[in-house]
Ligand binder design. Structure first.
Ligand SMILES: [Cu+2]
Length: 235
């Protein structure tokens, strides 16, 4: 450009070229940008399709947003059937109510610590299905590259694959009410062996709970029977 300005300046008497209504030029300056757009769109489309491709996951977890915590249900893959709620650590919530951890005091993972983190294996394709049961929330874990709205009545999905073992944190990213700031996300990525061990311990815990439910339902049956007997007796 600078060469053209210098070379074709008025003071050396340069005469401007005239190519008005030149078909060749018009076709060229339409076709060249069009080709550039196609060249940019090609890799961009590939990435977008890969982002949306939730097929063949190793593990599917349903994430339900609610005011103001998360629920994780393992739908498919190793750990199928496991489900639990995940809420902000109570002590940290109280600390926040009291005005924070105090001047000069640093707390690890302040307002990010939860009672039950989402546990997933490393280097596996994890499909996340989001929904909500009250208002719109959003499951957002920046370091895993996922952000997806959790909308009541809708089921949406995305996926991630963590390359490294560790703790990944996020927060609800859709203003969802007065405790919006207090529904953090903690994804704990562990090795395959640790994951299997975790699944086994959870299944044991569930089994213990199932034992309790059997007791509860036996108790209910007993109550129902005695109620019935009572009604019969009254008649
Ligand atoms: Cu929320």
């Amino acid at each position: 450009m600078f060469y053209a300005i210098w070379k074709h300046r008025k003071s050396v008497g340069h005469k401007a070229a005239n190519f008005h209504e030149s078909i060749a030029v018009e076709i060229l300056w339409t076709a060249v940008p069009f080709l550039i757009v196609v060249l940019i769109a090609w890799p961009a489309t590939k990435v977008v399709l890969a982002m949306k491709d939730t097929a063949n996951p190793d593990l599917t977890v349903k994430v339900t947003g609610m005011q103001w915590k998360w629920r994780y249900d393992y739908l498919k893959g190793e750990g199928e059937g496991i489900g639990f709620g995940s809420a902000l650590d109570r002590a940290q919530r109280q600390m926040s109510d009291a005005g924070g951890p105090g001047r000069g005091v640093t707390i690890d993972d302040y307002l990010l610590k939860v009672d039950h983190p989402l546990v997933v294996p490393v280097a596996r394709k994890i499909r996340v299905v989001t929904t909500a049961n009250d208002v719109i929330h959003a499951w957002f874990v920046p370091s895993l590259g996922v952000q997806l709205s959790a909308i009541p009545g809708f089921v949406r999905d995305t996926w991630f694959r963590a390359d490294r073992v560790g703790d990944y944190y996020g927060q609800c990213s859709q203003l969802c009410g007065k405790e919006h700031a207090y529904m953090p996300i903690h994804v704990k990525v562990v090795s395959q062996e640790d994951y299997t061990a975790w699944v086994n311990s959870e299944i044991k815990k569930e089994a213990a709970l199932v034992g309790d439910t059997n007791k509860v339902s036996a108790l209910n049956d007993m109550l129902k029977r005695s109620e019935h007997d009572g009604i019969v007796a009254a008649r």
